[in-house]
Design a protein around this ligand. Structure first.
Ligand SMILES: Nc1nc2c(ncn2[C@@H]2O[C@H](COP(=O)(O)OP(=O)(O)O)[C@@H](O)[C@H]2O)c(=O)[nH]1
Ligand SMILES: [Mg+2]
Length: 319
């Protein structure tokens, strides 16, 4: 995915820009995770049980989660026991491979429908970054020449509709909306209908995110999802859950609740830039078997990146 401004750059420059932005965004998690690992390994002559205990502590402090950390260390112990892993470098290489494997297990690409439009339903609690993520995605796709339409399904507050409308106006794309208080499933239905009638490639539906413990929200979202399927059989093609990475372990229970109610297809992890808890991404992927499709590493449009597991792990470990 590229921005218009990027179009003139060489692909190497683009790749560098992408990677340095990623590294910058992940600085806090890198300090905790790779920085901690580095400290432990430095000065250790031998790779043994004491070292593995210390590694466990570091990974937990970066919110990798107990079961995920345990799984990774079990493999590491086996390797050490069999004398396959002996040096500091081998420990790090093994860790990196384990982390990439965890991220690569669930599928990664967007499911594309046989016939456009691709309909994305975006859900998540208030403040997780749904509306900004939608705006950033829409801007990227518009810049690639895609016909994109938005649906203002967060009808709970007038300001939420306004926020999405502002993105749409700035990008120069249509936004289907009704008055605040309107039935969100009616808005979603209209948006998908309009998307079909107006030959859109992509329709993105925003939703409200009052607390996940509120069963009304889940019922409301289920209805939105059902009604979208009536407007276009097979849609929504992707139900994306937006999660704020800075809430760490809490995001696991949050994701579970949404997944149980709504059968999520993929995750967007936002605010990785403001947190040292980025390790949570490994834990969530492993626990829920859901792919991370996009990550947010800042406020700018180019700070929403398509997720690349290998680059992500490399950025976490590279000094
Ligand atoms: N630093 C940072 N802030 C973000 C990111 N994504 C979203 N935000 C901010 O999070 C706040 C809430 O976002 P919003 O899209 O309104 O959340 P919503 O309630 O889920 O729609 C806004 O101030 C966004 O600018 C990110 O990746 N990094
Ligand atoms: Mg919003």
């Amino acid at each position: 995915m590229t921005d218009l401004a990027d179009e003139t750059k060489t692909s190497a420059e683009k790749k560098n820009g992408f990677f340095s932005r990623l590294k910058m965004g992940l600085a806090k998690t890198r300090d905790t995770l790779a920085g901690g690992i580095d400290n432990i390994l430095r000065g250790k002559a031998k790779v043994g049980p004491e070292l593995l205990d210390e590694l466990e502590e570091v990974m937990l402090s970066a919110d990798v989660g107990a079961s995920t950390t345990g799984g990774i260390l079990d493999e590491l112990k086996k390797g050490v026991g069999q004398n396959r892993i002996r040096t500091r470098e081998e420990v790090i290489e093994h860790l990196k491979e384990s982390l990439v494997r965890i991220l690569d297990e669930p599928r990664k690409e967007l499911k594309m429908p046989a016939q456009p439009p691709l309909v994305l339903l975006v859900i998540g609690v208030n403040g997780s970054g749904k509306t900004t993520t939608i705006g950033k995605l829409a801007q990227k796709w518009k810049a690639q020449g895609k016909r994109v339409m938005l649906g203002a399904g967060d009808t709970f507050r007038a300001a939420a509709i306004e926020q999405l409308r502002t993105w749409a106006d700035r990008i120069g794309i249509p936004c289907i909306q009704q008055k605040s208080g309107a039935d969100p499933s009616a808005v979603a239905y209209d948006a998908v209908q309009a998307g079909r009638a107006r030959d859109m490639d992509i329709v993105i539906i925003d939703t409200a995110g009052r607390l996940q413990t509120n069963s009304n929200l889940m019922e409301e979202l289920k209805k939105v999802k059902r009604v979208i399927g009536k407007a276009l059989p097979g849609a929504p093609h992707e139900t994306l859950l937006v999660l704020d990475a800075s809430i760490g372990q809490n995001s696991v229970s949050q994701a579970r609740l949404f997944h149980e109610a709504l059968a999520i297809d993929g995750l967007v992890m936002t605010k990785l830039d403001g947190t040292s808890k980025g390790g949570i991404l490994f834990h969530i992927t492993r626990e829920l078997k859901l792919p991370v499709l996009f990550i947010g590493i800042g406020e700018k449009v180019e700070d929403l990146q398509e997720f690349d597991s290998r680059e992500f792990v490399r950025a976490l470990f590279e000094k």
